[in-house]
Design a protein around this ligand. Structure first.
Ligand SMILES: [Zn+2]
Length: 510
């Protein structure tokens, strides 16, 4: 690590001790405060002018400045404008080389899952429909999701940290500056520490999933201790929400209406009302879910959440494409934050964008629908690819090129996600008063020569790898595609060591 603070040594020793024995909240908070000290920016008063950039601000007016500059004071944006109006009072000037500047990309729905072994074969000869295909196999998904929620408990803090650092690096490298964890095969503490190390933002979670529905059973099968999962939520809120690093918050989540008992949903409602934190779930994501949830609970997935008082403007609801008309209206009226993962559906054989067209309808009616990547056991794309899925998918499904134009696709990947994470006043657009979170995109090649709309060209022909630089809170954490804080090869080697030891222990779904 680049940081040479004295506390780094103490941190390493503490992290090692914690990885070898069960640890209490005192150790976590000590670790936590050490990290905060260690990663404190050293140049809070520095004024930096980033000049010569093509800015898409993603503000409410869709402001575009083709020959722009931005002035940053410490962590904050204090001015922006066009050529000829640059301020003269700055300490440092960075030439943006005419690159595209976008707000830091916000990925509000993600699962850290890189501990899982990948048994993919390089051809498609043994390909079978996934459990998500054909409306979804609810029993199989319930069993798999229940298992995923146990994995974090089986990792040591060190293993979790090494895995999370590599996994989250693939997102940061792709321009994601803020992640929303919707429940991961990892430890919340490891992930939060990894985010601080990398210099990115994270709302950390623990995935609540205490029951599964089996095809031949009239009542839910209990698969985990509700009380223990509730205590995990309380612990992560106490430890990580409004963290002193300025980077970390908490977001309790449940997998979905087919994975939680009434008792678990009641606990989620009670905790989130008490602590005023965002909370998340996959809500009405699959055609076959309604029938199974109604059969066992007597209510539809959305009606279950409504009955518990969980439909609020703090709820992040993912893949919500299968609401009835009255439920659709209710979601709008309650201000629920709708999110989707448009680049992911085709991979798994889901038709969340096109089958009902409901998510496109939300967008058309002005609802702030965010885009996200979802999670997988390997890198499956970042927010660039999610924007392409949103732009092309909704335009196609709605049979109209105004359904999701490039600037709207960008807002689904920035401003709208920041609202879903409860950070709208801090990040999500390039505006005076917000934190200096940006990405700079390479646009100096053949693809852009004849383009009148570089954002469209990036969204349609670009990739995560076109991201050149990433700034979070005034600090360049990626430059020329490389971390400014660590060696990527070492990070990957640490990851490989960690998964080699962890995979022996984690088992598989029963
Ligand atoms: Zn998900």
């Amino acid at each position: 690590m680049a940081c040479s603070c004295l506390s780094t040594q103490r941190f390493a020793a503490l992290a090692k001790a914690m990885s070898e024995q069960p640890f209490g909240s005192n150790q976590v908070s000590e670790l936590n405060s050490l990290k905060a000290v260690c990663k404190k920016p050293h140049d809070e008063n520095l004024k930096t002018l980033i000049d010569n950039v093509f800015i898409y601000t993603a503000d409410l007016n869709n402001t575009v400045i083709s020959d722009g500059w931005v002035l940053i004071h410490g962590k904050q944006i204090v001015a922006l404008g066009k050529q000829g109006e640059q301020p003269t009072d700055f300490d440092k000037k960075v030439d943006g080389g005419g690159k595209l500047m976008l707000p830091g990309l916000v990925n509000p729905h993600w699962h850290e899952s890189f501990v899982a072994p990948n048994f993919e074969s390089p051809d498609d000869c043994n390909l079978e429909p996934t459990a998500y295909s054909n409306g979804g196999n609810i029993a199989a998904l319930g069993s798999m999701f229940g298992f995923i929620s146990t994995v974090g408990d089986k990792l040591t803090l060190d293993e979790g940290l090494a895995i999370a650092r590599w996994s989250m690096w693939t997102q940061l490298r792709s321009g994601t500056t803020a992640l929303g964890d919707l429940g991961s095969a990892n430890k919340a503490d490891s992930m939060a520490l990894a985010a601080i190390d990398l210099g990115m933002r994270l709302r950390v979670s623990r995935w609540g999933s205490d029951v599964m529905l089996e095809a031949d059973k009239a009542s839910p099968t209990i698969i985990a201790d509700t009380q223990l999962q509730t205590e995990d939520w309380l612990s992560l809120i106490e430890t990580w929400d409004n963290h002193s690093s300025g980077l970390i918050g908490a977001m309790p989540s449940v997998m979905g209406a087919f994975g939680s008992s009434d008792k678990q949903l009641e606990a989620l409602a009670s905790i989130t009302q008490q602590y005023k934190v965002p909370y998340a779930t996959h809500l009405a994501p699959l055609k076959n879910e309604r029938r199974e949830v109604e059969r066992v609970f007597g209510l539809s997935p959305i009606a279950r959440f409504d009955a518990m008082g969980l439909l609020t403007d703090k709820l992040l609801a993912v893949h919500t494409a299968y609401a009835s008309e009255s439920e659709y209206q209710r979601l709008i009226e309650t201000g629920v934050n709708i999110c989707h993962s448009p680049a992911h559906y085709g991979m798994l054989g889901e038709s969340t964008v096109s089958e009902t067209g409901q998510i496109g309808r939300f967008l058309k009616e002005g609802v702030w629908v965010s885009s996200s990547t979802d999670g997988d056991i390997s890198f499956i794309g970042g927010m660039c690819e999610a924007m392409r899925g949103a732009h092309l998918g909704h335009n196609e499904a709605q049979n109209c090129n105004t359904a999701c134009p490039p600037t709207l696709a960008l807002k689904t990947a920035t401003l709208f996600g920041s609202k879903a994470l409860g950070w709208e006043d801090k990040i999500g657009s390039i505006e005076v008063g917000k934190q200096a979170d940006f990405v700079l995109i390479n646009n100096d090649d053949y693809r852009y020569k004849l383009s009148g709309h570089p954002l469209r060209t990036f969204i349609v022909t670009g990739s995560s790898k076109d991201v050149d630089s990433v700034m979070v809170a005034g600090d360049f954490v990626v430059k020329d595609g490389r971390s400014t804080r660590f060696n990527e090869d070492e990070l990957y080697q640490d990851y490989q060591k960690a998964v080699a030891s962890a995979r022996k222990r984690i088992g598989g779904p029963g």
